[in-house]
Design a protein around this ligand. Structure first.
Ligand SMILES: *Cc1c(COP(=O)(O)O)cnc(C)c1O
Length: 395
């Protein structure tokens, strides 16, 4: 196998997205090959022994490493500016593997109150069984993070912009707090991808991805990734290699191809989202629009400093509560009613009765998830067609 790309790590991000990590087989294929094999053969018994004790690098078994998965890992690592990337079966298994790798019984997590629902469930109902407690604090107030720190605090966890209200956490400010107390800052970079935001450069220690969303970009397969220094990720890899929630070669191949078009997709859907958000602000039946690139966003300045653009998630509140929100959703013909995001197809959802239905009405109200709130994950359609689809129920 030849590997030209190993010599070319100083290319621009656009070039890395297309070329980094590529390793060609003896056949000289141009598009990366998909290695659908669970195990690898050795020339002789001595080579097998050398591989197993780690004396000789190389593949053994696809729960440990797989060439297609390794290509994806190298490419995403180059794009995030990380020393290492470990691919996982899903975004949730990336978060689980990180916890299993770096935490032990008695440790404490400080986490943003605005997290993906399954992440909260993982912290509250699964990791907690192993004696790890979590304290939730404001996504936007670094002082609250500092006040929540205990002697046993090991991990800070946030995602920015938040879902669905697009609150922005100041990664650099929170990284400063985590460094002072010796905790690791983990940032779920799913909504921005490395095209729009690079948390490691802002002081984060570990970046998490749900590749299922924008990295795939077409709603096909599940996957995730953990990125950071080789030293930090060593126990994370050890957990994955042993427990097995690793990425399949097929999915890695889909994501490799997804990374090649990530920049053009993120730029187009960000531009679409901004145009839609500005239009929504002018609609008489819309009382409020949440989108980081809008001047009306409470953290517009921070967002534009930290991110290259606003991303694809736009949320807005309609007048008339749940009934009005459901009317808008039910009268769409083009948009897909689904809670998934990061697809070329625009999706629409009612957070209060879906993604945030299991939390109490009081908690929902204090989080700002009102009954009139609608979340849109903007895709690649013409904005005019999305607007007209929304007008059916907005008029
Ligand atoms: C979807 C999502 C996850 C979980 O990813 P899966 O691939 O579905 O396991 C984690 N974080 C965020 C922000 C997400 O949107």
């Amino acid at each position: 196998m030849t590997n030209k790309s190993d010599q070319v790590t100083d290319y621009q991000p656009e070039t890395l997205a297309v070329h980094a990590g590529t390793v060609r087989s003896q056949f000289g294929e141009h598009s990366e090959a998909m290695f659908l094999t669970s195990s690898f053969v050795f020339d002789n018994a001595a080579q097998a022994a050398a591989r197993f004790i780690g004396e000789q690098p190389g593949n053994i078994y696809s729960r440990f490493t797989n060439p297609t998965v390794s290509m994806f890992e190298k490419r995403l690592a180059a794009m995030e500016g990380a020393e290492q990337c470990i691919a996982t079966a899903s975004g949730m298994s990336a978060i689980l593997a990180t916890c299993m790798g770096v935490l032990k019984a008695g440790d404490h997590i400080v986490a943003s109150r605005s997290l993906f629902g399954a992440t909260v469930n993982l912290f509250n109902n699964i990791i907690s069984k192993f004696g790890v407690e979590t304290t939730y604090v404001s996504a936007t107030d670094a002082a609250e993070w500092k006040d929540a720190v205990r002697a046993n605090t090991k991990l800070f966890f946030l995602e920015t912009p938040s879902n669905p209200l697009t609150e922005i956490s100041d990664i650099a400010a929170i990284a400063e707090v985590s460094k002072k107390c010796g905790a690791l800052l983990v940032v779920d970079n799913c909504f921005c991808t490395p095209v729009l935001q690079r948390p490691l450069a802002l002081g984060a220690d570990i970046v998490i991805h749900s590749a299922t969303k924008y990295i795939d970009g077409q709603g096909r397969v599940l996957g995730g990734a953990v990125l950071g220094s080789r030293q930090l990720l060593e126990p994370v890899y050890s957990f994955l290699r042993t427990a097995g929630p690793t990425m399949s070669a097929f999915n890695a191949w889909v994501f490799l191809k997804g990374l090649e078009t990530l920049k053009v997709r993120m730029e187009t859907l960000s531009a679409n989202a901004l145009e839609l958000a500005k239009w929504l602000e002018k609609q008489p039946n819309v009382s409020r629009v949440f989108y980081p690139s809008l001047l009306s966003h409470p953290q517009h300045g921070l967002a534009m400093k930290q991110q290259k653009s606003g991303g694809g998630i736009v949320s807005f509140e309609v007048k008339g509560g749940k009934e009005a929100a459901w009317r808008v959703i039910d009268n769409t013909k083009l948009l897909s009613i689904t809670a998934n995001l990061g697809d070329t197809k625009t999706t629409i959802t009612h957070p209060a009765s879906t993604t945030h239905a299991r939390i109490t009405p009081e908690a929902r109200a204090s989080a700002g998830i009102t009954d009139g709130l609608i979340r849109i994950a903007v895709g690649l359609e013409a904005v005019l067609d999305i607007q007209n689809d929304l007008l059916n129920g907005l008029k």
